[in-house]
Every structure is written in C-alpha cells, then in structure tokens.
Write a protein that binds this ligand. Sequence first.
Ligand code: GBH
Length: 481
Amino acid sequence: RPLGTSADELRFPPDFLWGAATASYQIEGAAGEDGRTPSIWDTFARVPGAVVNGDTGDVACDHYHRMPQDVALMKSLNLRSYRFSASWPRVRPDAGPVNAQGVDFYSRLVDELLAHDIRPWLTLYHWDLPQTLEDAGGWTNRDTAYRFAEYALSLHDAIGDRVPVVTTLNEPWCSAFLGYTGGQHAPGRQEGVAGLVAAHHLLLGHGLVIDELRRRGATADLGITLNLTVADAHDPDDEVDRDAARRIDALHNRVFLDPLFKGSYPADLVADTADLTWQGKPWPSVVHDGDLALISTPIDVLGVNYYKGDAVSGHPQPVTTGVDGSHAERATSTPFVGCEDVTFPSRGLPLTAMGWEVQPEGLTRLLTRLDADYDVPPMYVTENGAAYDDRVEEDGSVHDPERRTYIADHLRAVHAAIADGVDVRGFFQWSLLDNYEWAYGYDKRFGIVHVDYDTQVRTSKSSALYYAEVAASGRLRDPEG
Ligand code: GBH
C-alpha cells in the first residue's frame, strides 16, 4: 500500500499531483492589450455596487507581463502542476476570429511550464464570457454552447498537443446560478429560472467539447471542475430541514452530477421546478433530444472544488453565515431558484475572512459520497484554500498560521478519503497568488503567495513554504512543528 500513517505524519501516494490554481481574469490584467476585448466581468465590475470598492481586473496581478517570473515562483514552491484558465476574449476577441497574440500568451505559458517540469492543467472557461455573446443572451442562448466549442477547439488546435489535462468549465454552478439567478456574479441577471437554462447550456457546451475532442483523437485527459457542497440538514430530525437540504443538494450538486454521470436531470429537481417556464414553456423544453447523451460522454478526470459545507434549514433563522451574496449591495436574491425559504444557519465553527465556516471533514464525506453515488473517474481536488487577513511583517515575511492549519486539515481530509479507497490523485491550492476575488475585489486574499498591488512584489507566505515542503516530500507534517 502506498499510504503510510504514523502518529505524526501522513504519507501520500508517490505520484500524487501537488499543484496550485489561478484564473485568467483574477490574475492576468492587461485587459485591453494585444487585441483582448471585454468579458462580462469587465462590464460587471463597473456596475455600481456590484464589486467591493469598485475593483476591476484591469491590472490584477499583472501576470500577463510577469508570467516567466511567476512560473519560476511555482518552481521554487516545488509545484508539480499549475492549473490556469484561458481568457476567451483574448483567444477570440468578441468571440470572433482567433487572435494570434492571445493564443501566443498561452503557448508561451505552456512552454515555460514544461521547461520547468510543471504539468500544465488548462481550464477553458473560468467565467470570462465575451461581452458580445452576453449581448446576444449569454448562457441563456443555446448558441453560446456552440460558440464555446468553437473557441475551445481553436485553442486546442494551437496548444492541445502540449497540454496533458484539459477541463472545460470551472464551477458551472457559479456561472449559471450566481450569474443568472442570484445576480452576485457577472452578468448580474436576477431572473430565477434563467439559471437552470444557463446550467443546461453550459453542460451542453461541455459535452460538445468533450465529444469533438474525442473525435479528433485528443491525447489529453479531459474533464470538468464542479464546486460541490455537503448539504446537511440543520436539524436532522426535522423533516422541513431535511427537505431543504435535499433541495440544495439538487440545485448545487446533482443538477450537474446527474446529467454528467447518469445522463438525466434529477427527478426531484424536475418535479420541484415543474412550474417554472422559460419563453412560455416549461424550462426542460430547452433540453433537446441528444443533449444528455452528449453531456454524459465519459470523461477522464473530475475536478472537485471544496471550500465548505452548508447547514441547511427550511425555517427562518436569525443567524446565517457565509451565504453567497451576503456582502452584495445590489444582489438580493438567492441563487437557489425556488428556495427563498431556505436559510443557512451558523454551526459555530471557526470562520475564515470570507465568513465561511471551516469544515475539513466535509471534504472527506464529499469525496466518499461522489465515489459511492456515481461512476466517477479519478478525482482531483482542483481548488481548496482560505482567505485570511494577512499582512507583511517589517522583516518582509508573511506569517499565516491559520492558513497552514487550514491546508493541513484539508489535506488530512483528502488522505482519509484515499485511505477509504477513493481514487483522489491530486490537490491544487486556491490560490497561487492573492488575486481578484470576484465580487469581493482585492479585499480578500486567498494566495499562498502575498501580492503587493502597488509594487506587484510577490512574497511567499509561511503557508507556501509549508506546502512546498509537503509537495517535495509527499508527507504531511504537523503545521506547527
Ligand atoms: C471558487 O469559487 C472560484 O473558482 C475561484 O475563482 C474563487 O476565487 C475561489 O473559489 C474563492 O472564492 O458572495 O455572491 O460574491 C468557489 C465558490 C462561489 C464561493 C461564489 C464564493 C461568493 C458569491 N464561490 N461565492 S458572492
């Protein structure tokens, strides 16, 4: 057995993939350079009240101009893989013809990674839809799925031969339900059922890409990344709470998992949403014959992003915590369509700077549940991490003991799932760098590397040094030791 355990250290499989992740709009900057046109996030960031401090990704971490140094930084942290996303409006400005300069940036990035023996992990879509497509209806327009496939294939033709892992979508739940139902994310639409319609078209885009890449004989591992939750009834003996937890599980997890791995939408979700119509017809009319067969085309890897689970109640609650949109001035609706009655009570667990409860054991339960309930391919934790209020000391160092503990506790949770026989093959820190935290702007720092946004100086936090040691040794030691 590859796994060894002793009282004070846990050993991971020797080929376990240690990595860190970022996303194009969150780090690149260079928003108007080399032919890139606006995405929905460039637009949304300028809507008054949409983003804390009105922050935009215009400059972000200036990674577009500092890419070689950032790859050297990854190497110094012993990373074996780097998960990044490509900007659609950089590769195909206004969703039009391919932009050679845009493609060249990703081509140089991939070469730089390979030269440092760091495995590139490409995400095709991490939320930056070309604004021109949103102007035509965005993800509520079926045509967007076909445009996504067109973009994906053009990027694959340019760099696919050098990229060993390609995932289509990052967290379609956020794109669909924060973008079109709750309105906390771009494009900021608060249109209830539109989230379900967008979710279907995102899944269709995923299926079209996987199917077409298979036809072209792609050699890369292909997959998708989902953000999943563990929805626990606040009071497990209360039927109303149990039913609320079931509905949140359906609208967060199974709405994607079932089409991908069972080729159908969950019956309870369809029944719950039977009254919701889109363009005058019941919303499932957007599901055409053949769509679910495409969407359930087998994949090679499943990316799982985990930050926290949720306690769920069907009763009014005085105290809620970590709820999406709780900070937003303008978005007042829940991303869970038809769940206006659902609340997320605090469990009194420790909180990160996001107000999210720290719940590492949820990650073990999530991975184990996926393995039990679905015929999943090998899984990777493609994001996990935490925001804390870090500051640089006078000697130039950044001490973040809470993040070290957070990392250790979640790696222990992954180890427990592997020890239970679940096939988990890698782990990516969110994030390599402090970056643009969407509706929270630069206010929240998720990096294991600190970024000074005035000087663009990068400083590895003590958590980065801890993670680098784990990555090099494959062993998890006491974070305080
Ligand atoms: C991931 O989302 C993202 O993939 C990544 O880009 C992001 O930086 C990271 O997590 C940290 O958040 O309060 O209305 O603004 C995880 C799921 C969904 C959690 C959106 C934060 C905030 C919504 N995220 N949510 S809102």
